[in-house]
Design a binder for this molecule. Sequence first.
Ligand SMILES: [Zn+2]
Length: 475
Amino acid sequence: MKYLKLLSLFIVISFNVNAQDKLNLYSDKQANDTYAITHVNVIPMTKDNTVIKNATVVIQHTKIQSINGAIPKHAKIIDGTGKWLIPGLIDMHVHNLASSSPFVMYPTKGPLVNYNTQDLMTLYVANGVTTVFELSAKPEHIGQRNEITRGDVIGPRIALAALIDGKGMSMTATNPSDGRQAVRIAKAEQYEFIKVYSQLNEETFKAIIDEAKQQNMKVVGHIPTVFKGKPGKDFFIPHFGLIAHAEELSKQTNDYSYEKAKEFARLAKENGTRLIPNLSNMESIIKQAKSLQSIQDLQSFKYVHPLMQSKWLTANRYNGASEELIEYFQHQADFHKLIVKAFKENNVPMVAGTDAGTSGIVWGFSLHDELKLLVEAGLTNEEALASGTRLGAKWLEIDDKVGTIEMGKFADLILLEDNPLLNISNTRKISGVFVNGKWLDETKIDSMLLGVENWNNANKENYDWNALINSLNDY
Ligand SMILES: [Zn+2]
């Protein structure tokens, strides 16, 4: 294979062919066609979001070339009559599977489990999720992103946050000096963001945030458990820019009143802190705590890698939860809705994120659940869409590139059968997706998903979570 790649490179260098032929030699996966979507209703998701009815959108070389401009001669026409175009969705809280070993067994060993990157990424693009924020980034995720940017894999844009905790499997720091060093290491290793985690002590948490500011890295994450019961002003710290779940707030207090939610919203506003409500995860946790059948009943379960199917069903931390615990989860979930309401009232931006990859939360599919729950919690359909598009792009500081439908932006787009401004569930009625200018129509999406399903079914027998864990004892 390597030989073949070298050979094709040699061919390109050796022959004086024109640019178009060169492109073909590299294979057509890198050559983007020109498309014109005609008679489509554009929901640009810009701030004023004026819907452009019956428009023509031209896509060329990964970008939105024009809206209501001329159609280039060789453009492929996509009939958008009666359909609606929205920006590709952004999931601001995901955990992608990555080939890795829990520890070094011997030099040259390599990963215990290898994942097919395309199979992982298909779930996102099939759902129109064209950007994701990986919140426990590892070197393998940089490799996955390379596969996507190289054109070998069709997948979303991936932003990477390196996780720092007080103990555990990730980078750890138990004092301010180590915390600062961990931030500098993350920077040197090319991660773009820092994620702070639950077991950091107060001084180290603050030092990490301060160092990240100096290194020009934004900070997302958990509120460490040491803050439980302390006043909110203690953990709303400047430059701690994004809270990873509403649960981080409900864990700090026993007061689940609307007054308390409003206090959190006011502190967030004053501090410039944004929130990922992540309502879908808590909803799923409650269902799992009641019965794991809820996981098996998911229509998307068949697309989950068989090792994770096994893990979610046989090593599920919510399995067998007591009535009291289920009741506590329900109180939290109710409080999270109040938090969303209070943040909305205080005009604190919220961004959609799902914790995809944790048990019961299926990559790509979960974002549509989240948008629906945000609406149930009080956001308008348009506000929910903004949280899943423009506002996430803004926090990641890529809003000049994605997040809205405007000329010159990357062509990350979803063509929908029905208007999501009338019913948020219409985001699921996908007629096709543009990923970085590459068009995937419904037929292509269905065949990609079927490929994942078939592979999972054919290989189910080979993946047993508990057997894998037991095998680690042999080393
Ligand atoms: Zn997470």
